[in-house]
Design a binder for this molecule. Sequence first.
Ligand SMILES: [Zn+2]
Length: 147
Amino acid sequence: MALRESRQYSTPKLLSAQTLVHYGLHFVFPVVLALVFFPLMWQTAYLTMLATMLVDLDHLMAKPIFDPLRCSVGYHPLHSFYAIPVYALLLLLPATQTIAVGLLFHMFTDTVDCLWSFSHCRECYLNSRIYALRNWVRKLSGREVAK
Ligand SMILES: [Zn+2]
């Protein structure tokens, strides 16, 4: 049991499948999004989507700056549940649509990474803002919240 717990908190491997998928979604998949949603200006759209990676600068406000067991979605200010609806509103303005797609896809990518981490770290899930949001929604809908 002790061995299992220590493995649970080990530092993620640099070239794990999770890391490859995460950075593939951040850097490669936006090419597909640019070609599908903005075919006439896909290069500009791709570079704009890459630029939306700047939202990760909000990690600099956290202590520690990088924590492999922390889910960024809901935690950092530009990854918060207040910021994400604003990104969705940016879809309504043609001038900000590439930024909106980049930001929303960034949040999707980070969420995938969080869910992958939760699959091998239950404590990470229980400490995440995603779990807190889940409980808040369950409470609002009158459903039981597990302790
Ligand atoms: Zn991020």
